[in-house]
Design a protein. Structure first.
Length: 95
């Protein structure tokens, strides 16, 4: 699924990959989509809008309430979920 097709409120699992010579690091992040947007960085890019490098960002709210922002690149995989998995904290607190 493409990040641009996501809508606020959708539960997702995002697989982020750091490409390494010896072996890739792959980390899943689960949460509810809060927003998808492009934001410029401090890096200069000759053909970018305003002469800057713009990155696609995905803001999620994790099941424990933490908000996180992920940069979406060509190695990012997004899986749409039916619902968010229940966390250990939610079970122990009775939520």
């Amino acid at each position: 699924m493409k990040a641009e097709d996501l809508k606020p409120g959708q539960p997702v699992r995002v697989w982020q990959t750091i490409d390494r010579r010896e072996s890739d690091w792959i980390t899943p992040v689960v949460g509810t989509v809060q927003s998808v947007y492009r934001e410029k960085t401090g890096s200069w890019h000759a053909h970018g809008k305003d002469g800057r490098l713009w990155l696609l960002r995905l803001r999620l709210v994790k099941p424990d309430g933490e908000t996180t922002t992920l940069v979406v690149d060509h190695l990012t995989r997004i899986e749409l979920l039916d619902e968010l998995p229940v966390t250990h904290d939610q079970v122990s607190s009775g939520r």
